[in-house]
Design a protein. Structure first.
Lengths: 228, 399
């Protein structure tokens, strides 16, 4: 059997992914963050951005970064089905990344949200964009979500008033290791999206051009004195 | 005649998230900083009295008797140490108690340390704990919180005087500009009026907390500590200190009804006005003598209301002064050059001490470039307990 034939057998079946149109958000400090789909050829700059955070135990960056690193590789090497990656970039510098995948046309499985630049609610904006992608663009009726950090718990479970399905374990179990599963339904999304999700479309060409050249951050607030 | 009391040492932690640390250690850090600043770390047993300010460590940290803990951490036994609790005004009340100890002759040197570690619990739990200072039956049990009071107060103020949400956002922009330059501030990030008020995405970036108050109208939940060394300026011990003292010219407090609904007019903060009048009288000055102010802007609307009660601006007009830039660092009356509670943060037990640390640093000319008030003579701080039911005003002077 030819190598490419073996590879074809190793790859998961794929659902069509509906493109997510880029949008821009004016952050509190006045900077413009573009949120857009990451492209497969950008995996190197994404991995390089995530890697330094693998050694940061504070706020569970270590587990989130480690798992996101794996998810990015799974996406790049076609080992995770129907995965998509969104990136938030300020003048092209990566400020945050989210990963997620569609299990079926009606079910989304939220993976991870990683914020690099802090204090501007970038994680909240990227998580909202991920939910927007699942429900508004991929057409999911619900998204399964877990939190691996107290910050995630506050941001998602409490602020979105997610539906607690943990009592239905193991029938309802998120793919991330049996952590209690919460669900954003279309109804819940419709109730919160006006206050949680924002962004201006279309993004002006000159702004999008800057965001199309992703750069790894030179500084990490999580790693004082970081030098690349 | 009572003794003249001066500030001879100041200390401060970087406000923010200290939830991994023990409260007494956080306070000891600030206290040590203050003793070093005073030049008496090695001779710290010259301190006759330790006064500790804390609001709710029993609820936030399952830790009580923090005055005893602090003295032990500092290796200062058998120095007497007491805890003062007056809600979010605990810090300024502790300063007042230390002032009285020195002025009465009971002590020559006092160490005041205020601290709170609030982030061991969730933001929602922290809000609930702070709300326990409200009237139990009439307010707390009805579900009222401090942000909800702030929201109602802001709505009433806006309707009566014509202040807008954009005016509130301008206060945040000013405070964050100052806080971004303050090495001790929790949120050292400037914000722009475009981003938090004018842009298409502002309603989400600056979302409502308690309408009309938004994220950028309210202080963050913050950990931290601040400390002062106070001394009798006429005592022989005054020679021990390496810096020229900043004199506490006036310190006074006042109370108001516990239930806000029992007030004749909920927009009138009588305790602020009375505490301010008493502090002015004690200092022998008036509002026109004040060079700058540190006001308790747990919600930015309070910066406006407090400044009016102090007579710094005409009632219902202070937001116009903000529009004109009068309260910016370069304005005619800078308010919250530290960034205020909005940007610097509000560890409830530490705030009153932190405000007076800022008065002292400004009057010494020691703050970071870009946020130094020009040639200040008198600074006033107002520390606001409850929803204005127990308030302390402190005036410091550069002699």
């Amino acid at each position: 059997m030819a190598i490419d034939a073996i590879e074809a057998k190793l790859r998961p079946p794929a659902l069509p992914i509906v493109p997510y149109p880029a949008k821009m958000i004016t952050l509190a400090d006045g900077e413009i963050m573009v949120v857009r789909e990451a492209r497969r050829e950008e995996v190197g700059v994404l991995l390089g951005t995530v890697y330094p955070l693998i050694g940061v135990p504070a706020d569970y960056y270590d587990i989130v970064a480690t798992r996101m690193y794996e998810e990015l590789l799974g996406w790049y090497r076609y080992r995770t089905a129907n995965e998509f990656v969104l990136v938030g970039a300020i003048n092209g510098v990566i400020a945050g990344i989210v990963t997620s995948r569609s299990v079926s046309p009606k079910l989304g499985m939220s993976l991870h949200t990683l914020t690099i630049k802090r204090g501007l609610r970038i994680g909240a904006q990227l998580f909202a964009a991920k939910m927007e992608d699942h429900i508004e663009y991929q057409g999911a009726d619900e998204v399964w979500i877990v939190a691996e950090s107290p910050n995630g718990w506050r941001r998602w479970m409490i602020e979105y008033e997610l539906e607690d399905r943990s009592s239905q374990y193991p029938e309802v179990r998120h793919e991330l290791g049996g952590v209690p599963t919460f669900v954003l339904t279309r109804k819940l999304w419709n109730a919160v999206k006006a206050s949680k999700c924002t962004g201006v479309r279309p993004v002006p060409p000159e702004v999008l051009a800057a965001a199309n050249k992703l750069k790894m951050p030179d500084e990490y607030p999580q790693i004082p004195g970081f030098k690349r | 005649m009572s003794a003249r009391v001066g500030i001879v040492g100041v200390g401060h932690t970087r406000f923010g998230n200290s939830s991994e640390y023990d409260l007494a250690d956080v306070m000891a850090y600030a206290a040590t900083d203050a003793l070093i600043d005073a030049g008496i770390l090695e001779q710290r047993r010259v301190v006759d009295q330790v006064v500790v300010a804390n609001m709710a460590s029993g609820l936030f940290c399952n830790q009580t008797s923090v005055a005893s803990s602090l003295v032990s951490r500092m290796d200062m036994e058998p120095t007497p140490a007491e805890l003062v609790e007056n809600g979010p005004a605990s810090g300024a009340s502790a300063i007042k108690v230390a002032y009285m100890a020195i002025a009465s002759g009971m002590a020559d040197v006092a160490l005041v340390a205020g601290g709170e570690v609030m982030r061991k619990v969730s933001g929602w739990r922290a809000t609930d704990i702070v709300a326990t200072m409200l009237h139990t039956e009439a307010e707390y049990n009805m579900g009222l919180t401090l942000p909800s009071f702030g929201g109602m107060f802001a709505r009433l103020y806006m309707e009566r005087y014509g202040c807008t949400e954009r005016d509130l956002a301008l206060i945040a922009v000013k405070d964050h500009a100052n806080g971004a330059l303050n090495k001790y501030a929790h949120v050292q990030v400037p914000c722009t009026i475009e981003a938090i008020a004018d842009s298409e995405t502002a309603h989400v970036v600056n979302n409502y907390v308690a309408e009309p108050l938004r994220i950028y109208s309210t202080c963050p939940v913050t950990d931290g500590a601040a400390a002062l060394v106070l001394a009798n300026m006429d005592s022989p011990k005054a020679k021990l200190f390496k810096k020229k003292p900043v004199r506490i010219a006036g310190v006074a407090s006042a109370t108001d009804t516990h239930c806000v609904h029992n007030r004749k007019d909920p927009l009138y903060l009588d305790a602020v006005r009375i505490a301010g009048e008493k502090a002015y009288a004690m200092a022998g000055v008036g509002p026109k003598d004040i060079s700058f102010a540190e006001l308790h802007d747990a919600f930015v609307i309070l910066e406006l209301a407090i400044s009016e009660e102090l007579g710094l601006f005409e009632r219902g007009k202070s937001f116009l002064a903000v529009r004109d830039g009068a309260t910016a660092i370069s304005g005619r009356l800078p308010i919250n050059p530290s960034g205020g509670l909005k940007s610097k943060g509000h560890p409830v037990g530490a705030t009153g001490v932190s405000q007076v640390v800022e008065l002292a640093r400004q009057l010494r000319g020691e703050v970071e470039p870009g946020r130094q008030v020009k040639d200040p003579k008198y600074g006033i701080a107002v520390n606001f307990g409850g929803f204005g039911n127990n308030v302390v005003a402190t005036i410091c002077a550069k002699d």
